[in-house]
Design a protein around this ligand. Structure first.
Ligand SMILES: [Zn+2]
Length: 243
């Protein structure tokens, strides 16, 4: 079996709050497995209405921003080899106003349709403690706990996780499962794609700063916590798809 079709029957679903969350958390991973044939789908809750209004020579109005960020997201997903995004249509910083059961129902609907083998989302503190990230975490875990009993295959839920030392470097005030990754995905081979994707989010200062940091990093891993697996039991991402 060659490299491009090894995972052609496999499906990975990312569930995030804003355009660019998927790139920061899993851009290399999505690219790698898309190139190996897996179907990659990303659900994004908002169009990032409250983000920054441009970097470099780009300057957009608040009114233009949602369409600009949606356009950036679409470009980035095609760069990864992923499907076009599924947008839930919430407004930035308003996801927490929705009842978890409503978010969960929407996500379960898509899970049943997409039938992912692996779902990647935020952990309980949402990495940055952003209220949208936390609201999406709650909806996603609830949906996944229903979904896993509706499918006959083994499915796994992953949180974006950052080793404690790296979290400190980025001044992230998190603890618990999100600082205890048990998947270290070697990402150097796909780092150019992730940097290009972050640069594509030209409206967003954070994305540009992260791109600059990555341009100066010598080795890089994307790291995840497999829900239900102890921190000392590390495994390869491939093992979740090979089973
Ligand atoms: Zn976000």
């Amino acid at each position: 079996m060659n490299k491009t079709n090894r995972y052609e029957n496999k499906s990975i679903l990312g569930i995030f709050a804003h355009p660019d969350d998927e790139t920061s958390g899993a851009g290399c991973t999505f690219t790698k497995f898309a190139r190996m044939g897996a179907k990659i789908t990303v659900i994004t809750a908002t169009r990032g209405e409250l983000g920054t209004l441009g970097t470099g020579n780009l300057s957009v109005t608040r009114e233009q921003l949602p369409a600009v960020r949606e356009g950036e997201l679409r470009k980035v997903l095609s760069l990864f080899g992923a499907k076009p995004p599924i947008l839930l249509g919430y407004k930035d910083q308003e996801v927490q106003l929705e009842r978890t059961a409503v978010i969960s129902d929407k996500l379960l609907h898509y899970m049943k349709f997409i039938e992912p083998d692996v779902v990647v989302t935020f952990g309980p503190q949402g990495i940055s403690k952003h209220s949208d990230h936390i609201a999406i975490h709650k909806g996603a875990i609830d949906a996944f706990n229903n979904y896993k009993f509706e499918v006959s295959k083994t499915v796994n839920l992953l949180y974006i996780a950052i080793p404690e030392l790296v979290a400190k470097e980025f001044n992230l005030d998190i603890d618990g499962p999100e600082t205890q990754p048990n998947i270290y995905m070697p990402a150097r081979e796909y780092l150019d794609v992730k940097i290009k994707a972050l640069r594509t989010y030209k409206s967003q200062e954070d994305a540009q700063e992260f791109a600059e940091w990555l341009e100066n990093s010598t080795q890089y891993h994307e790291t995840f916590k497999v829900v239900g697996l102890d921190a000392d039991q590390s495994l390869l991402f491939e093992e979740l798809l090979d089973g």
